[in-house]
Design a protein around this ligand. Structure first.
Ligand SMILES: Nc1nc2c(ncn2[C@@H]2O[C@H](COP(=O)(O)OP(=O)(O)OP(=O)(O)O)[C@@H](O)[C@H]2O)c(=O)[nH]1
Ligand SMILES: [Mg+2]
Length: 272
């Protein structure tokens, strides 16, 4: 019998994983023709981890298209080896020079649509988008008439890596608020990069006509979907910090991200 001065025994503190185990989708949803497009620039350390995690999901219809911009660290060759390791499931689009995230996505999505994908996912290579959410995103798309389902940091239940300091949190929150003020898109995480599109909805967005070269691509895609009346659904995710390598967000990319919403609004106004 413990004395009254002995504190009650505490359960051992077990860290609670914030990223859930993948949900199991029922047949035939689990067999859906889903292609995950992954743009890479200097992601040689992260890409094999990401691709193996994707391949181990219980989604036999899942394919990966890597779009590499001739990364100096050899990510392109790493991707080629993964294509050999997973024949018919992993393919690589090689481009000759760093040309921006937006252009890489347009190239990868175009390839995915040409190859018959019915659903197209977007993911960063740096492991900040946890693979465990992919079946949830796909299942939500299949259960609704949404054109796109977004893995959102800013709906209830969504969260940011604890590694993110106050400066980055403020910058991300401010960027979201700015875009929503300028373009009035009813999306909580309007700069999000982790999502699954319906192929039929992507086809209506005129991918070759996308003007954004860098990160503004995410906003331009949401804006186009919204203007065309597509349903946009958000589900909460935990956003991890990148595992290895460095961010590619430079001054030119940030400037485009700041100016693009204004240009999109001006173009819309002049059409009225
Ligand atoms: N092909 C290609 N991929 C790019 C380019 N710029 C960025 N990427 C990739 O796009 C994804 C997102 O880029 P990140 O540098 O992680 O950008 P971020 O997530 O805003 O920044 P961090 O949170 O600091 O990592 C990563 O997979 C990059 O490798 C580019 O010019 N070409
Ligand atoms: Mg990143």
């Amino acid at each position: 019998m413990p004395s009254s001065s002995t504190p009650p025994e505490q359960p051992p503190s077990v860290p609670v994983p914030v990223t859930p185990a993948p949900v199991a989708l029922p047949e035939p949803w689990s067999r859906a023709a889903l292609t995950v497009v992954v743009p890479t620039y200097e992601e040689a350390g992260n890409l094999p981890v990401l691709v193996r995690r994707l391949m181990s999901l219980d989604l036999p219809g899942l394919r990966v298209v890597v779009v590499d911009d001739n990364s100096p660290d050899g990510t392109g060759e790493v991707a080629d080896k993964l294509a050999v390791e997973f024949p018919g499931r992993v393919s690589v689009v090689h481009r000759t020079a760093k040309d921006g995230l937006g252009r890489a996505y347009v190239a990868g999505m175009t390839r995915a649509l040409e190859d018959g994908a019915e659903y197209v996912a977007q993911m960063d290579a740096d492991l900040s988008h946890p693979v465990g959410y992919v079946p949830q995103l796909l299942g939500t798309l299949l259960a609704t008439n949404a054109g796109v389902v977004i893995g959102s940091r800013y709906v209830p239940g969504g969260s940011l890596s604890e590694q993110w300091g106050l400066r980055r949190r403020l910058l991300s929150g401010w960027a979201n608020a700015y875009v929503k003020t300028v373009l009035a898109i009813p999306v909580r995480d309007v700069t999000a990069g982790f999502k699954v599109w319906r192929a039929s909805s992507l086809r209506t967005l005129d991918l070759p006509g996308i003007e954004s070269t860098g990160y503004a691509f995410q906003v331009e895609m949401h804006y186009r979907a919204f203007r065309r009346g597509q349903k946009i659904v958000e589900i909460p995710i935990h956003f991890e910090d990148r595992v290895a390598g460095e961010s590619k967000l430079d001054g030119a990319v940030a400037l485009e991200a700041a100016l693009r919403p204004l240009r999109l609004r001006r173009a819309e106004n002049s059409r009225r």
